[in-house]
Write a protein that binds this ligand. Structure first.
Ligand SMILES: [Zn+2]
Length: 258
């Protein structure tokens, strides 16, 4: 348990840094902007946001959610996104003693809150997140297999093809799902599949169950299918559930129903 705390302390700054990066991705990627340059500016008055006002979570709290110059409100979604991203990274580090598996799962889960927020706001999952993710995770899976003996590249490939393939078929038939969902599922299938296909199964099952519940809630609230929540956030939550609790959930399901 002591070692888990050390891993959590090491993971926290990485989680906050990725969370901060994701807030930039959320505000710029859907408009086609760069995530690297220029420096962040207040969308209202255009003032450059200095380093002291760019500290994850803390700056937002100190400024009470307002721009230092013009006082315009800064959405609470940004610090919440930073907290959520750091939270899943730290939990993944606690959950996986193996450093390779911790990096793979923490890296995957770190993308999920930001992708879910972008999809909720704009109804898209940017290729500029999913393609680099595929390109980055592929060599990490191979290194984790070759050096760490902690991942299975064959199952990773199967996970990518199965999860991505199933969603591709659903997207082709129903039209209610976009190619962004397909690519996100492929990324999730690759990373979770490298740990074992049962993790992919749990991710898919959780996404379907939560998506079904969400649809029922939307219907009960009198919302039509058009205004329904996009599927990306369910895929993202499913990946988080499977990444953190895939093992016990798969064991529970097999023990109870199989
Ligand atoms: Zn301002």
């Amino acid at each position: 348990m002591d070692e888990a705390w050390i891993r959590a302390v090491v993971a926290l700054p990485f989680g906050l840094a990725v969370g901060s990066f994701m807030t930039v991705a959320v505000s710029r990627l859907p408009e086609g902007g760069s995530v690297i340059r220029p420096r962040s500016r207040c969308p209202s008055c255009g003032a450059e946001i200095g380093a002291r006002d760019n500290v994850p979570v803390l700056s937002w709290l100190l400024l009470r959610g307002r721009c230092r110059r013009c006082g315009e409100r800064i959405s609470v979604e940004y610090p919440l996104l930073e907290v959520a991203t750091a939270g899943v990274v730290v939990l993944a580090a606690i959950r996986f003693p193996d450093p390779w598996q911790a990096v793979l799962v923490a890296g995957l889960l770190a993308l999920m809150p930001g992708i879910a927020l972008i999809d909720l706001r704009h109804r898209i999952i940017p290729n500029r997140l999913t393609y680099p993710a595929l390109l980055l995770f592929l060599p990490v899976v191979l290194l984790a297999w070759g050096i760490g003996d902690a991942a299975d590249p064959v199952r990773a490939g199967l996970g990518l093809l199965l999860y991505g393939g199933v969603l591709f078929i659903v997207a082709a038939i129903s039209g209610g799902m976009g190619m962004g969902d397909v690519k996100l599922a492929a990324v999730i299938g690759l990373v979770l599949g490298s740990l074992g296909l049962r993790f992919v199964g749990v991710a898919a099952a959780a996404a379907i169950v939560l998506g079904g519940l969400g649809a029922i809630v939307a219907l009960a609230m009198g919302r039509g299918r058009k205004s329904a929540i996009p599927f990306g956030p369910y895929l993202a939550v499913g990946a988080v559930v499977a990444g953190l609790w895939g093992e016990p959930l798969a064991a529970w399901y097999i023990g109870r129903f199989l």
